[in-house]
Design a protein around this ligand. Structure first.
Ligand code: PMP
Length: 393
């Protein structure tokens, strides 16, 4: 047999058309993408290093600055999901051996801790049960003790359904010469965040939650303090792909008149992200925050009427985009979720990391954030409660 003949036939599955079900994405993300954003993602591809693309990237940068409430020049979108932004933040501002302090009150702090450990940082975890929060005093004491170069907090802790207060941490970090890194993947657009006013040094989010764009792009912004640290480091970041010296040039943030090829950005993903940021700008942040709060309150009431218990007792600390309920007694959460998917074509999820087996999660984000959708979710839950009870005779 000749070396040049095909020995592996075309796979059977590839000769069948793509099938994608229509679903209500009422979990913690991705959320449903509105037709306008889907259409933007379906526009013809252009070269990633063409002037038209630079203009779109410049629009995206302005859209992120608005969404983050920042004037930072170093504002880009990382090519990748939320995890890409997590690695981009840590890899660029931390050098091996340096101390970092990470709040771990759900899965996200633990993920950032592992990322930092992998690149050789000296990681200090502030461990709490999922959904618990930290006082400013606790943070200041830990910063005084560990002298970190970076402090991490998840604003929207989506595995626990907690929206963590941010005020005051920025001042503490400045006082102790530490950078303040905040994760808003699950909260941006749903709960207020003010990057500049809250003295956040590095902020990132994802595209697929309240922004309602497809997964795969991750806005991130660095202020001057963060730039000063990352552009004056002794060692190169462990990742070529996430190196901000290259990415800042690709995004036209380094003052250079020319852009060199670094990687091919997700062109369609950027079109969709631009459109989702445009929708947020048209609607306004205040209105988006108000709507999430209103629909969340409506959902809480409905859940309580069903006899369900909200996992975060304090209303003010609940994440408006992702609601966590304690798993009702006498039920198997997996069975309930499977039942809801099968009978209502609706995605909700269980816990994640330390909250697995503790909670079920309902997300109503951006485009999905409507009382009519809360009603649909409540109806599906009521049906599951009726039909999935374990102690059936
Ligand atoms: N941080 C938070 C708070 C999240 O909710 C998520 C996604 N569930 C991530 C980070 C990671 O994002 P991705 O799945 O897009 O990598």
């Amino acid at each position: 047999r000749s070396m040049s003949s095909v020995s592996i036939p075309p796979p059977e599955c590839m000769l069948r058309p793509l099938e994608v079900p229509l679903r209500y994405l009422f979990g913690p993300g991705p959320s449903n993408v509105p037709p306008r954003v889907l259409a933007a993602g379906g526009r013809p591809i252009i070269g990633h290093l063409q002037p038209e693309m630079y203009e779109i990237m410049s629009d995206i940068k302005k859209g992120i600055q608005y969404a983050f409430q920042t004037e930072n020049n170093m504002t880009i979108s990382v090519s990748g999901s939320g995890h890409a932004a997590m690695e981009c933040a840590v890899f660029n501002v931390v050098e091996p051996g340096e101390s970092v302090l990470i709040t771990v009150n759900g899965i996200w702090g633990e993920r950032v801790a592992e990322i930092a450990e992998r690149m050789g940082a000296n990681v200090h975890r502030l461990l709490k049960a999922p959904g618990e929060y930290y006082t400013n005093k606790e943070i200041e004491q830990a910063i005084e003790k560990h002298k970190p170069v970076l402090f991490f907090l998840a604003h929207g802790e989506s595995s626990a359904g907690l929206c963590h207060p941010v005020d005051g941490f920025g001042d503490i970090c400045r006082k102790h010469n530490c950078l303040f890194l905040v994760d808003t993947v699950a909260s941006l657009g749903a709960a207020p965040i003010f990057m500049d006013k809250q003295k956040i040094d590095i902020l990132y989010t994802g595209s697929q939650k309240a922004l309602n764009a497809p997964p795969g792009t991750a806005p991130i912004s660095f202020n001057d303090r963060a730039c000063n640290k990352m552009f004056n480091r002794k060692t190169k970041p462990v990742s070529y792909f996430f190196d901000m010296t290259h990415l800042s040039n690709y995004w036209g943030c380094d003052g250079s008149p020319t852009r060199a090829y670094h990687h091919t950005g997700p062109v369609s993903g950027f079109f969709a992200l631009r459109e989702s940021l445009a929708i947020l700008a048209e609607r306004g942040l205040e209105e988006s925050w108000r709507k999430h709060k209103e629909v969340a309150a409506y959902l809480y009431k409905g859940l309580e009427d069903l006899g369900l218990k909200l996992f975060i007792p304090d209303k003010e600390l609940r994440l408006p985009s992702v609601t966590t309920i304690s798993i009702p007694e006498g039920y198997d959460w997996r069975e309930m979720l499977t039942y809801i998917m099968k009978n209502h074509h609706m995605e909700m999820t269980g816990g994640l990391g330390p909250s697995v087996g503790m909670v079920m999660r309902i997300g109503l984000m951006g485009y999905n954030c409507e009382k009519t959708n809360a009603d649909k979710a409540l109806h599906a839950l009521a049906d599951a409660l009726k039909n999935c009870k374990k102690s059936k005779p």
